[in-house]
Design a protein around this ligand. Structure first.
Ligand code: GLU
Length: 395
């Protein structure tokens, strides 16, 4: 029987990253030896100095509702961080703390988008961007890229995608799933196009900011001409190994911040009080305190790339940040291996899951149907074993 669910939920795809993670968990519970390289989740513990701040908050009896937009001290700390790391001047009234960057993104889209508005998504993009746009009854417009263009879009492509209905564009650098980082020069060239279209708002998702291997990523809001219409999104999950703590935040024009607070006030209220107290310590900590994790991710990146390049049919670029590789595996499309015909990236990811017991995520979910995403936020041992199994299954 079809349950009487709303059109809204029926039209919403499930999150491919979370579905794959759940599937891996399920298979493990059945006794299968699954290596999970699907979820973007650091395999480190939250650093002790942050845990201590949380324990202190519990003992200090932080247990009440917090202001909907976050504790004043946390918002001040976030302003300090934006100035220190991004050369961005935000006042506390421009900050909203949310239950994860995902909620920050959902807030912004819900307060800006009307049905029929178009949202530009440079490909590849994180799975939930298009799903949240769907929830807002807005239309996602993909701007494609390939591994040959190092998964970046050009100013000409951007301009060609703009219509009178374009309301918002979402950038994410370092990028999930490709790991690519737009340079300041590349961002300034794209900004030149956006300057011609003042009706377009810009969301810059910088959640992977600290996980970079060559140079510090550039913040779009640091371009003066865009500051008044850019929303900078960030959070603690990736850099501080705090995925489950659920702390995200935005720096935005005050009127957008106020609208997000109103939205959040009706849906979740303020974010968890203990996590917010710990977040004050985390955002103010010098970046050097988490460098050991970034160094480890960098070493793993080298291992993953070297090993994947040994597999015939894998095209691999070198990501500058985040903890994903996004190989093009389209050379396998149309082939039959171990009796299974691989028509697309989804089939490929399922083949790898079934025959190699390795969980990855299909590129379709990220608007890049020739690729799969492999997260290397796993131990070196697991990475080596996973890629060995993939190679064997394909040979
Ligand atoms: N952002 C992470 C990922 O892409 C976590 C899962 C999710 O929220 O999608 O794997």
């Amino acid at each position: 029987m079809k349950h009487p669910l709303s059109d809204r939920i029926n039209s919403l795809p499930a999150s491919a990253t979370l579905v794959m993670a759940a599937k891996a968990r399920e298979l493990r519970a059945e006794g299968k030896d699954i290596i999970g390289l699907s979820l973007g989740e650091p395999d480190f513990n939250t650093p002790d100095f942050i845990k201590d701040a949380a324990i202190k908050a519990v003992n200090d009896n932080y247990n009440s509702y917090t202001p909907v937009d976050g504790y004043a001290e946390l918002k001040e700390a976030i302003c300090t961080k934006f100035k220190r790391d991004n050369d961005l001047n935000y006042k506390a009234s421009q900050i909203v703390v949310s239950t994860g960057a995902k909620q920050s993104i959902a807030n912004v889209m819900q307060v800006l988008l009307n049905p029929g508005d178009e949202v530009l998504l440079p490909c590849p993009y994180w799975v939930s961007y298009s799903a949240i746009a769907t929830l807002c009854e807005a239309k996602s417009v993909e701007i494609p890229s390939t591994i040959e263009s190092n998964f970046k879009i050009t100013p000409a492509q951007l301009e060609a995608a703009i219509t009178p209905k374009t309301k918002l564009i979402l950038f994410n650098s370092p990028n999930n799933p490709s790991g690519v980082i737009y340079s300041e020069k590349e961002y300034r060239a794209l900004a030149k196009v956006l300057e011609k279209y003042p009706q377009i708002y810009i969301m810059s998702d910088e959640i992977y900011e600290h996980i970079n291997y060559n140079s510090k990523p550039f913040s779009l809001a640091a371009i003066d001409s865009l500051y008044e219409r850019t929303i900078t999104v960030n959070g603690l999950a990736k850099a501080f190994a705090m995925t489950g703590w659920r702390i995200g935040y935005i720096g935005a024009p005050e009127w957008i911040a106020k609208a997000c607070t109103k939205m959040q006030g009706q849906i979740t209220s303020g974010t968890n009080c203990i996590a917010q107290r710990a977040a004050i310590t985390a955002v103010l900590a010098p970046v050097s305190k988490i460098q050991y994790m970034v160094d480890e991710f960098k070493a793993r990146r080298g291992i993953v790339i070297d090993l994947l390049r040994e597999i015939d049919g894998f095209k691999v670029n070198v990501p500058d940040g985040a903890f994903y590789v996004f190989p093009d595996i389209s050379a396998f499309f149309g082939k039959t291996i171990q009796g299974i015909t691989i028509k697309n990236a989804n089939d490929f990811a399922l083949f790898i899951l079934e025959k190699a017991n390795v969980a990855t995520v299909t590129g379709d979910a990220f608007g890049a149907p020739d690729c799969i995403r492999i997260s290397y936020a796993a131990s070196e041992l697991q990475i080596r074993e996973a890629i060995k199994r993939i190679k064997e299954a394909l040979s």
